[in-house]
Design a protein around this ligand. Structure first.
Ligand code: SAM
Length: 276
């Protein structure tokens, strides 16, 4: 199986314990720290474990280099691990001031600060609208452009405050579930990491890599990703390539939502490579 987003190895550990000595897990992640954590967590498995620091949009190349032609399972649990969100160097949270980085893969050239400070106002507004579904995208982009004329925007809290000012909303309001800057941060993250492009390329590669009867499972955390997965599975089903296993996405049960609030937005969709 390919765990396309091995992270801290939680899924691989569960699935790997059921593969047995004949099985192989190829785990991918762009974050070297995740690869290291997964390596020690998966040490005790009795199947073969191969961990590669690589973007999952290169899945075909990685499997080719390993001389693996077909796999039974491709699993992708998209986005970030909780540890990455809390990492003060990563700039994903606006709870405390962090440099505006947002790269999952530190080999990428452009950080969120580069985007914020160097992208022209119209393109910035388009990014916020397309990837954040932010209706006030033009107003936020205008505020950003005005602010950076005085000095570059450098921290997550600076940006979050600026978004609040643009939206004429307070930074902190008791009982509020979603911070006004959430959509802006989502948009920047998606743009910095080309998250939707990578997902599309993974989905495009999958049918050729799955053995007949093999399955692809994708867990997404926002509607833009989920829509891409849903349409890809539908298109492939119409073409006779996939059979959709989950007509409706699987979501977390109430007790899991309570224990792990991030699971609230998770949507799992599964498709099976058709056998005839
Ligand atoms: C939600 S976490 C996965 C957690 C994992 N399932 C576990 O059980 O620990 C997502 C992981 O995918 C990685 N990731 C995100 N996009 C990626 C991509 N395009 N290619 C490879 N890894 C990616 C992130 O670095 C992160 O570690």
């Amino acid at each position: 199986m390919v765990d396309a987003t091995v992270g801290y190895g939680g899924h691989s550990l569960r699935l790997g314990s059921r593969l047995g000595p004949e099985g192989t897990i190829v785990g991918l992640d762009v974050d070297p720290q995740c690869i290291e954590t997964a390596r020690s967590r998966l040490e005790g498995l009795n199947c073969r474990v191969i961990l590669v620091r690589e973007n999952f949009d290169h899945i075909q190349k990685v499997l080719g280099q390993l001389a693996i032609e077909k796999v039974d399972i491709i699993l992708a649990d998209l986005g970030f691990c909780s540890g990455q969100i809390e990492d003060p160097n990563r700039g994903l949270s606006f709870q405390q001031p962090m440099p505006l980085d947002m790269r999952l893969d530190d080999r990428l050239e452009k950080t969120a600060a580069d985007l914020i400070n160097k992208t022209d106002e119209k393109t910035l507004a388009d990014i916020l609208y397309q990837y954040g579904e932010e209706r006030a995208s033009r107003r936020i982009a205008r505020f950003i452009a005005e602010q950076r004329r005085q000095r570059p925007i450098q921290t997550t809290t600076e940006l979050a405050l600026l978004v609040c000012r643009a939206l004429r909303q307070p930074d902190r309001r008791p009982g509020r579930k979603i911070h006004p800057a959430t959509r802006t941060f989502q948009a920047l993250r998606i743009a910095v990491n080309d998250e939707l492009g990578c997902l599309e390329r993974l989905l495009k590669a999958a049918p050729d890599l799955l053995r007949l009867g093999g399955r692809i499972a994708v867990i997404s955390f926002h509607s833009l990703e989920d829509r891409i997965v849903k349409h890809d599975f539908k298109r492939n089903q119409a073409a006779g390539i996939y059979e959709i296993v989950t007509p409706k996405p699987i979501t977390a049960a109430a007790d899991e939502n309570k224990a792990n609030p991030r699971s609230r937005s998770a949507r799992l969709r599964i498709a099976q490579r058709k056998t005839d």
